[in-house]
Ligand binder design. Sequence first.
Ligand SMILES: [Zn+2]
Length: 219
Amino acid sequence: MYERRMRDKEYPGRPVYDGIRNQRIKCPLCGIGAVRQVDHHLPKSVYPYLAVVPANLLPVCSDCNFLKNDQIPISLVEQTLHPYFDNIENERWLYAELYVEAPALTANGAAATSWRVRFFVRPPSEQDPHRAARVAHHFKAFKLDKLYEEQTADELVTVGHALADVFDAGGSTDVRAYLLDLARFRTNGRLNNWMLALYEALAASDWYCSGGFRLVASG
Ligand SMILES: [Zn+2]
């Protein structure tokens, strides 16, 4: 029924499908991808009677739709978050850390420092364990750690160049303050935005603020 009435351009339900798809510009499941499709939060193969219920239709990006791929939750904690009913935007869950490994000798004898930004979720205190498990499951199911890590590449190059001047003027103290300003202004109060997590992680790293930003920006 859904296939014919909602997706077929000739059928009257089509404007509803288009309306849901156009509600958001960014995918509510990952916060990164552009909305391209409408996903059934609970799969229509198992819950056909929910196939046309608007609350079960989510505007999502192609990657999240692919990763979800009709996953059927076998327990409460394996339900991914529903952006309308499981709103976590008022609580801080997303964090990152900059891992730096001590210099190791390369094949040509030069010392190379390796680094990596890793994103992770940490529940706010006094959190319902089921809810914490669902957030962790959502993070894993949509591979958000990898997705956010990929987003950092361009950002680290751009900010690294800007930090050179800041460091020359005021050293690591100014670098840290600049990063915390970026964390505030670029994320506009969105507590689980990957840039907030990234900039806070960079500001927390003495190595990065003391000049490591140059190496990170060089790739
Ligand atoms: Zn997405």
